[in-house]
Write a protein that binds this ligand. Structure first.
Ligand code: BTN
Length: 248
């Protein structure tokens, strides 16, 4: 059954992930989406900051999934796949995934995902999936180091898109993929995601999180949780649940 999301529109916030967390601690339930016009302290993975000017789609989905913590990456996969599907199907863009869950077009990042898990008032585990998509942004407004590796729908297509339509399309895909996953269809979800992951079959350098020594190998696939499986030079396989991966 598709998820009926309630959408909470806000103007200028520090971070929609932060607002989502506060709402949960105030007793808000799941299946709520917080979307903001701008973020003054948008947060990225690995404690990085996330520039969030007007024109982007900045939102956080609150879920209360009945899953083990090591399955959280599977919901990130669903987030990335939802965005990639919408960009491919509705906007005719060749969107691909850079593991774990960056969405890129022609090698430039267009969307990032930051998920955070925590306990609500009742002790239940909540998951906030924060999605930042450069929609109607001219990337020349980003700081220099970000500008060179980033793109947006506006830059790729030369037009502005309706942000509410974009959000609804992504949430529809997200809800459908969640139902597929909970009804045993995750292998098909993983295989679609795998077909879009840029690094499969290539040599990669992995910097694992929590920090461990970086290593190299061939990215050969993903396991049932969505962890990247890397074949090391000695033939052993190593699985990475979280980290940064670059092609070498
Ligand atoms: C990354 O690639 O590092 C993840 C970026 C995630 C950004 C989104 S924007 C909406 C939500 N609120 C935040 O503060 N971060 C996420």
């Amino acid at each position: 059954m598709a998820i009926e999301f309630r959408i909470h529109h806000l103007e200028d916030v520090e971070s929609t992930n932060r607002v989502a967390r506060e709402l949960v601690l105030d007793g808000a339930g799941e299946d709520l989406v917080v979307v903001a016009r701008t973020q003054s302290k948008g947060r990225g993975r690995l404690d990085r900051s996330w520039e969030s000017p007007e024109g982007g789609l900045w939102f956080s989905i609150i879920l209360r999934p009945d899953i083990e913590p090591d399955m959280v990456p599977s919901l990130n996969i669903i987030g990335a796949l939802s965005v990639a599907r919408v960009l491919r199907n509705d906007y005719d863009m060749d969107a691909r995934v850079k593991w774990p869950n960056d969405v890129r077009v022609e090698g430039r990042k267009i969307c990032g995902i930051l998920s955070e898990m925590f306990r609500g008032r009742s002790g239940d585990m909540f998951l906030v999936i924060g999605i930042g998509l450069n929609a109607n942004i001219d990337v020349s407004c980003f700081s220099k180091d970000i500008r060179v590796r980033t793109t947006s729908i506006k830059n790729e297509r030369g037009v502005e898109v309706d942000l509410d339509t974009l959000l609804n399309s992504i949430l529809t895909q997200f809800g459908t993929l969640c139902s597929d996953m909970f009804s045993g269809g995750f292998p098909a979800v993983l295989s679609e995601h795998r077909s879009l992951v840029e690094s499969i079959g290539s040599r990669v350098r992995v910097r694992p999180v929590p920090p461990e020594e970086a290593f190299e190998g061939i990215a050969v696939g993903m396991d049932r949780r969505g962890a990247l499986v890397v074949e090391l030079d000695d033939g052993r396989n190593r699985c990475v649940l979280e980290g940064d991966v670059d092609l070498v």
